[in-house]
Design a protein around this ligand. Structure first.
Ligand SMILES: C[S@@+](CC[C@H](N)C(=O)[O-])C[C@H]1O[C@@H](n2cnc3c(N)ncnc32)[C@H](O)[C@@H]1O
Length: 275
């Protein structure tokens, strides 16, 4: 059957089925020596902790172009669900930052002693769901990292909990901290016409309200619980900081209107190389 495929498609297929990566991800998913945080720290959502981390490592590499020599920053690293698989892949360094102190403490005491190049940082930013008493407003937050320091920035299911002003601030911060040509991998809810149709029909999960604005909330009384963004609006805000899609959005099935492997949409942005 391969003989029928044009060479460009074959090259893509080969890249997508790197057997070493598949082996590594399978090992991570079943490796019971990899620590899992205690149940009281599972504030990041349900599911198999190791399997989800392994699945995203595969996405970072296959979709995002992550390489072992990349310097990685993870914003909203939670309890290390992404960091733990990355310890098995990266030769370079990793910084994780989050607003929940207990999660950062667990990561710093569990991961850093074995992998000193994996560092964890707390930033006391306010978030109605995760850190309601935070002293720093998200819309003015400056992340404690140097400009142009990272090749790869990760935000999995983080923009999904940020209101517009905070998300805009983080877009500027991501652009500042990425090297030219660096990439940002995000999982999020992007409302395009198809997703909006699902929201209107009531098939979307979370059940976002059918409102015409650029920010869609599932529960206006708890706005940080789940936030979807109008796709054109959000991509425009990233583009204003020189961050543009490096590939087509990988659609998730959250809107109830698509067959898809992943739940949230997956977006890879690249920082332009022009000054
Ligand atoms: C659904 S959890 C996802 C955690 C992690 N990214 C993962 O996929 O395992 C959302 C995370 O975003 C963090 N978060 C929320 N607002 C944030 C902010 N303004 N800055 C950094 N992290 C934030 C939360 O504390 C929480 O750890």
């Amino acid at each position: 059957m391969n003989a029928l495929l044009p060479t460009t498609q074959l090259a893509v297929l080969r890249r997508q089925t790197d057997p070493r990566l598949e082996w590594l991800c399978a090992q991570i998913a079943r490796n019971r020596f990899l620590p899992v945080p205690p149940p009281e720290l599972h504030f990041i959502g349900d599911g198999d902790f190791r399997a989800i981390g392994a699945e995203f490592l595969r996405h970072f590499v296959r979709l995002g172009g992550l390489r072992p020599d990349h310097k990685v920053l993870e914003i909203g690293c939670g309890v290390g669900r992404m960091a733990l698989p990355l310890t098995q892949y990266l030769d370079s360094s990793y910084d994780g930052i989050d607003i929940v102190l207990d999660g950062i403490r667990w990561c710093a005491s569990t991961i850093t002693p074995a992998y000193p190049e994996f560092r964890f940082h707390h930033l006391d930013v306010d978030n109605g769901l995760y850190n309601p008493d935070g002293r720093i407003e998200g819309e003015t937050a400056t992340l404690p990292f140097k400009a142009g320091a990272y090749d790869f920035v990760i935000l999995t299911s983080v923009i999904t909990h940020l209101r517009t002003a905070d998300a805009e601030r983080y877009a500027a911060e991501i652009a500042r901290m990425l090297k030219p040509g660096g990439r940002c991998f995000l999982s999020l809810f992007l409302a395009d016409a198809t997703a909006r149709a699902g929201i209107a029909k009531g098939t979307a999960r979370p059940p976002f309200r059918d409102t015409p604005g650029v920010e869609l909330l599932a529960d206006p009384e708890h706005p940080n619980a789940a936030v979807a963004y109008d796709e054109e609006f959000l991509l425009g805000r990233f583009a204003a900081h020189g961050l543009r899609p490096a590939r087509a959005v990988m659609r998730g099935h959250w809107s109830g209107q698509r067959e898809a492997e992943n739940f949230q949409d997956l977006l890879v942005l690249e920082k332009g190389t022009a000054p």
